[in-house]
Write a protein of this length. Structure first.
Length: 99
């Protein structure tokens, strides 16, 4: 991903980030899914997956993480280190996806 593409993802997520910081994970995920309908960016997929993980939406989190990885492989390594995935880290589908 080029620097401009990376910046685009950050800009797309910026208005939603405060919801994540406030612990409003389900709302952040919902808003992120709306963005994805128009801008299917790997950073947004990844961040939506983080929020879904924290909101207890395991199946959705794994699917959105899968899409992030398909679009940008480094998301796999990022997911291994991301504490937002701690709630689903032991799930077989998550383990199969990130290794």
């Amino acid at each position: 991903m080029s620097d401009s593409e990376h910046d685009e993802g950050r800009e797309l997520w910026a208005p939603i980030h405060p919801l994540h910081e406030a612990g409003r994970y389900a709302e952040a995920a919902e808003r992120g899914r709306e963005v994805l309908e128009v801008h299917p960016h790997p950073r947004v997929f990844f961040n939506v997956a983080c929020c879904e993980s924290l909101a207890g939406l395991t199946t959705d989190a794994v699917e959105h993480l899968r899409r992030a990885i398909e679009l940008w492989e480094p998301c796999r390594e990022m997911a291994k280190q991301e504490p937002d995935f701690d709630p689903i880290r032991e799930e077989a589908a998550f383990e199969a996806l990130v290794g």
